[in-house]
Design a protein around this ligand. Structure first.
Ligand code: RB5
Length: 148
């Protein structure tokens, strides 16, 4: 399993902590799309980098972190094939996989600390999509994208 991860200047430390945590806990390869500096950058650039890697299959899933998670998620969801939700607690993270089949997770480094972020990531990485009626609804979302 390969996980893409990207962030803006607000989330460099949390990104590094989460990347290390995923590698140590799950043994997954984590591909870092930056930024790695606290110098101010524009979050859509990094949200798009992770999203394109997920959409192309370069990585299996993506995690995007900025101050709130909002900007990264908004940018990522502009890329065809991406379903990215902002999750600030584990329940939403669980449902974003079980019901929405999200292939990207976003959260905010100014919203959650490392301990809560670990719980969100653990829940998200270990929850399977339930399919069934949820597949029909996800298909309807993706149909909106196809119709433009
Ligand atoms: C950067 O100040 C901030 O706007 C960004 O990290 C993010 O929260 C945007 O949604």
């Amino acid at each position: 399993m390969k996980i893409g991860i990207g962030n803006d200047h607000a989330a460099v430390d949390l990104k590094n902590q989460i990347a290390d945590y995923i590698e140590a806990t799950y043994g997954y390869e984590v591909v870092n799309f930056g930024t790695d500096s606290s110098e101010s950058v524009d979050y859509p650039v990094y949200g798009e980098k992770v999203a394109r890697a997920v959409a192309s299959g370069e990585v299996d899933l993506g995690i995007a972190i900025c101050g709130t998670g909002l900007g990264m998620a908004l940018a990522a969801n502009k890329v065809k094939g991406i379903r990215c939700c902002v999750c600030s607690e584990p329940y939403t993270a669980k449902m974003s996989r079980a019901h929405n089949d999200c292939n990207m997770l976003a959260f905010g480094a100014r919203v959650v600390g490392f301990d809560l972020a670990k719980m969100i990531v653990d829940t998200w990485l270990t929850t399977e999509f339930e399919g069934g009626r949820h597949q029909r609804r996800v298909d309807l979302i993706m149909d909106i994208e196809q119709r433009g």
